[in-house]
Ligand binder design. Sequence first.
Ligand code: GDP
Ligand code: MG
Length: 443
Amino acid sequence: RDFCLSRGLGDVYKRQGVNWGDEGKGRVIDLLAEKADIVVRYQGGNNAGHTVVTGQGKFILNLLPSGILHSKVICILGDGMVVDPEHLSKEIAQIREKGVLVTPDNLRLSSRATISMPWHRAQDELEESRLAKTGAAFGSTKRGIAYAYSDKYRKKTIRMGDLLHLDEPRIQARLKMMLDSKNLELSGCYHQERMSYPALLSWCEKQAALFAPYICDTGSYLEAALKNGKNMVLEAQLGAMRDIDYGIFPYTSSSSTISAYGPIGAGIPGEHLNQVVGVLKAYSTCVGAGPFVAERAMPEAWMEALRKSGGEYGAATGRPRRVGPFDAVASLYGLKCQKADKIALTKLDVLSSLDVIPIIVGYRHGDETTTCFDPLEDLDSCEPIVEYLPGWKEDISACTDYNDLPDKAKAYITRLEKLLEHEIQFISVGAERNQYLLKGEWL
Ligand code: GDP
Ligand code: MG
């Protein structure tokens, strides 16, 4: 069986996702899903957006796995996720409007996934606004993810499966305990109105009525599927730079984004991955706060032009992304965290207008230079060491064969491979499904 995990390695460095995220994981998963039976999201919530462009138009997915656009693929929101049911309802409604079928036959929600409660979003907004007054905001997407995860670890939240047992005293007692505690925080610290128990119960009942047919023990389902030889793709939401342990803490997400966590977050903790696909962008981008060395490499006008040609505005939030050249230092670190077998390089076409193409090949810190990314270092005081390659200055968006690429584009890829000590197997040259070419052995 093929057991693939696609994860963002991204680019970079400080930013997120393995880059910091937004490397184009959605489109790569969409492609892998063609050969998959099941696609599982294993961490995070609705705090990032993944874009897939099909013949039916452009889809931005936040919670739904990027396999949902393939009618025969079963999609799973796994144990390691936090699920905001209100957001999920809206996302399902939007995608149905475009003619995509979403039913309990092709979407299953893990009974172990943590529920993101309405107060998590409220708390995120309140705290981020408080911090913003002192200039110390995190750049949170204000979707409540950090608060949902922290309440999971405080054992003060409920999981999707609990919605199926709302009439049981044990669940009701937990809801009351959670509510008391949350009201203390929200009314005491932030002077908000207290939520009543009947209001909480009625919110839960509403979600239960909507989602009960979708909730099940997805771990057992996946185990059985693997025994039956099914192909499975695990989908990460953000890159290594945003991993809670290995990323640029505290400018990270609140979950484990790296591939080693995939089987745990998916609900099959004893399984090993057959293949890990690292997704890197041909340049660096980062949404949100935190150290991002790449943005100090080039003048503002260069960055603005790149942002425009790459459409670098957050899929979930519309925020302009911070941009810079490909950061080999951060990407090498991301690859080390992900232990990728295959690399997908996306958005190469965006560089086509450049006369020269910068690449970050090292960092300078005082008198010292390094090619090792260290998230514990004061990255804001690191300066990028930039090397320039000649640009190819021609449209490559119709190339479907590696040999069709201009020599200078091939030279750029070869240089990245050398810096990453790893071959690149997939290169995308446009957002559409068929705008990619393969080099070497793909999956
Ligand atoms: P994800 O979060 O990693 O799934 O990535 P996003 O969807 O947030 O950002 C990637 C953006 O780049 C989306 O708007 C995609 O449609 C677009 N995209 C993906 N691959 C390519 C490509 O090869 N060329 C161009 N020009 N755009 C691409
Ligand atoms: Mg994204």
